[in-house]
Ligand binder design. Structure first.
Ligand code: ATP
Ligand code: MG
Length: 310
């Protein structure tokens, strides 16, 4: 965890050195351009984790389906820029993906594809490891591209696990940053590592951090994992983390993954599906309070951190 924390701090130091002015003061570039046409109602939800393989893509896709069933227009964006998963989970091979956006050959809107499940996806760029090392300007341009999706009600961003500038940008930009862990000690430790960095670097922001415990044996186990993390975050980081809910360890998830369909579709009554439905109902009841959406996102993203303003 220490290594990961140090790596993140280094990234944040680099970000600060090349930081752009806050969006309000921006005269040029993506932030100034996009804030003018922001859809303040659009809700941006990131799903992230410290450790890989804990259930981000399953949660992102199935949460999107549950929101769609509530009548929301939802886009899932696969921001795992090294190993795309979302399209694999949905058995789709889109012709274009984020690689083409990063290379400025396509816009995000042009690569958006509808699925048979009532949600749209932006496919990730598998095997394009260079994206992990995108420069500051390219990253900003890329995030600026999200503005073209502003007719959606909700964008769910499935990030890669762990630490990178891209992930941090997305987390900083989100209305709701969902951190997912399993009850495994290594997953908990890594999730706490991410929360700690967010707290350290963005303490002036109300991040709307939310915790989901995946692959739990039951409510009691999940609650005890969540309570521990939330107490530590409150006590040592002075950071409020909300417990959003848990998902059962459920063989139906594995079956659905093998069939390359969302478990909410294959088995809408399975334990995991019911849990995701509860999580989404809770999120839908607790909408972000202050004006959000793209303009707000850009302001959050390009606002100086507390140490810069101090
Ligand atoms: N609730 C669950 N019950 C049982 N198995 C699960 C559950 N959630 C996830 N899994 C298993 O874990 C695997 C990884 O899940 P998923 O691909 O969603 O994780 P991820 O965090 O997106 O991984 P990566 O970091 O590689 O992107 C699934 O293929 C499935 O086998
Ligand atoms: Mg994934």
């Amino acid at each position: 965890m220490e290594d990961q924390a140090e790596k993140l701090r280094e990234i944040m130091r680099q970000k600060k050195n090349t930081a752009s002015p806050p969006a309000g003061a921006a005269k040029s570039g993506a932030s100034a351009k996009v804030s003018a046409k922001a859809n303040e109602k659009m809700r941006i939800i990131t799903v992230t984790s410290g450790k890989g393989g804990v259930g981000k893509t399953n949660l992102s896709v199935n949460m999107a389906l549950a929101f769609a069933r509530l009548g929301r227009k939802v886009i899932v964006m696969d921001a795992d820029l090294g190993l795309a998963n979302v399209n694999v989970m949905l058995n789709m091979i889109p012709k274009y993906n984020l690689y083409h956006v990063i290379k400025k050959q396509k816009t995000i809107r042009e690569i958006l594809v509808e699925t048979e499940y009532g949600i749209s996806i932006v496919a990730g760029a598998s095997g394009f490891s260079q994206i992990a090392n995108l420069g500051e300007e390219d990253r900003k341009d890329f995030i600026g591209e999200l503005d073209t999706l502003s007719n959606a009600d909700i964008i769910i961003i499935d990030t890669s696990a762990g630490v990178s500038s891209n992930v941090l940008d997305f987390i900083a930009a989100a209305d709701d940053a969902v951190i997912i862990t399993t009850p495994e000690p290594t997953a908990i430790t890594d999730a706490y590592g991410i929360i700690k960095i967010i707290a350290t670097e963005y303490d002036s922001l109300n991040m709307g951090l939310k915790l989901v415990v995946n692959r739990a044996k039951g409510a009691a186990q999940a609650k005890s994992v969540a309570d521990r993390m939330i107490n530590i975050a409150g006590q040592f980081l002075n950071l409020k983390v909300d417990y959003l809910g848990f998902i059962y360890d459920d063989i139906s998830v594995q079956h659905a993954v093998l069939r390359q369909k969302p478990f909410m579709v294959v088995d809408p009554k399975c334990k995991a599906s019911i849990c995701v439905q509860h999580i989404v109902e809770r999120m839908d009841r607790n909408k972000p309070g202050e004006p959000r959406g793209f303009g707000a996102m850009m302001r959050r993203l390009f606002r100086p951190s507390s140490s810069e303003t101090a």
